[in-house]
Structure formats: structure tokens, C-alpha cells
Ligand binder design. Structure first.
Ligand SMILES: C[S@@+](CC[C@H](N)C(=O)[O-])C[C@H]1O[C@@H](n2cnc3c(N)ncnc32)[C@H](O)[C@@H]1O
Length: 196
């Protein structure tokens, strides 16, 4: 009987000790979240065809002194086209390390380092207030997510051009379709930011 009680006590102490060390002592124990954190990647990389880029920039009516931000800049083609054709400063924001390297290499090869740059930054938290032109090719939900920031931070007269998707209830000033070189119809939306 005495032996049985000893065995029971020993087992109880062992289980308790393990539980306490798991809960308190082991700081590297994984924390279980009730909900998975949202992925930063709010759209995959799919490049805008060059002929569509050209039309997007024409609709943006780029002029001297403009500062273009491409939100999710992929291989840098919009930023490069804006700097090369219009001589404006252009900044791309990207979080994919491979694309950041590729687009920076493309800017270097084009000899446009004075005008164009890629910043490794999450577009969900970028300060848009310096931009006068914003371009996007994202998902509808991503556009909607950015809409409030665009309307709050861009100055009146700024232009927003989106390939493929609109901005929900924010009515575009212009919608155009363009046929790409593969024969696919692409839609481009243009908004002009108005004063309060
Ligand atoms: C559809 S591609 C558009 C690329 C380029 N703007 C174009 O039109 O060719 C969307 C890009 O957004 C980038 N992206 C997705 N989520 C992002 C985020 N949170 N911050 C910065 N870039 C992001 C992706 O890596 C991808 O390169």
C-alpha cells in the first residue's frame, strides 16, 4: 500500500512538472493563434502587357514634375516605362525579393537609376501622399483595401490608373478597353482625385 502511494505520488509529480515546464519554462513553445495572420502578399505576380502599360501611362497624362508610384511593381516595367518615355520620377513598391532584384537590375540595364527606383515596402502601409500618379494591377479586394488610403492621402489633381479592376463605389472618370498582343481584351480604369 505504501509502495502504491509512492508510485502514485511520483507519477503525479512528474506529470505536474512536465506541464509547468511546458507552460512556463519553455519560452520557445509555439503560440497557437485562433486565426491565421493575413498574408502580406495581396496579389500574385502577373505582368501587365507592355502595350497596356503604354495606354495606362497615356491615360495618366504624365507631365513634368509628376511622381508615379506603382503599387506592387513586379519586374518594374511600369516604373521603367514612365521614367523612360516621360522623364518623370517613378517608384515601385514590391515585397517579393526575387522581383525586387530583377526590377532593380532592369532599371540599371535601362540606365534609369536617376529617375526610377524600387522600394522594398508593403503597399498596405506605404505613405502615398508624395505621389501624383498611382498605378495598380492587383485584385478587386486589394484595390478596395487601398481606396481609403488613396482618397485620404493623394492631393487633388492626382491620377489613379488601374489595370483590370475597379474601386467599388468610387466611380471612374474613364474606362477603356485595350486589345493586347495575344488578342485578349484588357480594361483600364482612370480616376482623378478631387478636392474635399
Ligand atoms: C499583378 S502583379 C503587377 C505587377 C506590375 N505592377 C505590372 O502591372 O506589371 C502584382 C504585384 O504586387 C506584388 N505585391 C503583392 N502584395 C504586395 C504587398 N503587400 N506589398 C508590395 N507588393 C505586393 C506582387 O509581388 C506582384 O509583383
Amino acid at each position: 500500500m505504501k509502495l502504491l502511494r509512492r508510485i502514485f505520488f511520483f507519477a503525479f509529480a512528474l506529470v505536474n512538472g512536465l506541464l509547468v515546464s511546458a507552460l512556463i519554462g519553455n519560452k520557445s513553445a509555439p503560440v497557437v493563434f485562433a486565426q491565421e495572420p493575413e498574408s502580406a502578399h495581396i496579389a500574385p505576380f502577373v505582368p501587365t502587357p507592355h502595350e497596356v502599360v503604354d495606354r495606362m501611362l497615356e491615360l495618366a497624362a504624365l507631365r513634368k514634375g509628376d511622381l508615379l508610384y506603382d503599387l506592387g511593381s513586379g519586374d518594374g516595367r511600369i516604373v521603367i516605362a514612365a521614367a523612360r518615355k516621360y522623364g518623370v520620377r517613378a517608384v515601385g513598391f514590391e515585397i517579393d525579393p526575387q522581383l525586387i532584384k530583377e526590377s532593380r537590375d532592369n532599371i540599371k540595364t535601362a540606365g534609369l537609376e536617376d529617375l526610377a527606383e524600387i522600394r522594398e515596402e508593403d503597399i498596405r502601409t506605404v505613405d502615398l501622399s508624395p505621389a501624383t500618379v498611382v498605378t495598380l494591377y492587383l485584385y478587386p479586394a486589394a484595390n478596395l483595401r487601398l481606396r481609403a488610403t488613396i482618397l485620404r492621402q493623394l492631393k487633388p489633381g492626382s491620377r489613379v490608373v488601374s489595370h483590370a479592376f475597379g474601386m467599388g463605389g468610387w466611380k471612374p472618370d474613364r474606362v477603356e478597353t485595350v486589345r493586347d498582343s495575344a488578342g485578349l481584351t484588357r480594361t483600364i480604369y482612370l480616376w482623378r482625385v478631387r478636392g474635399p
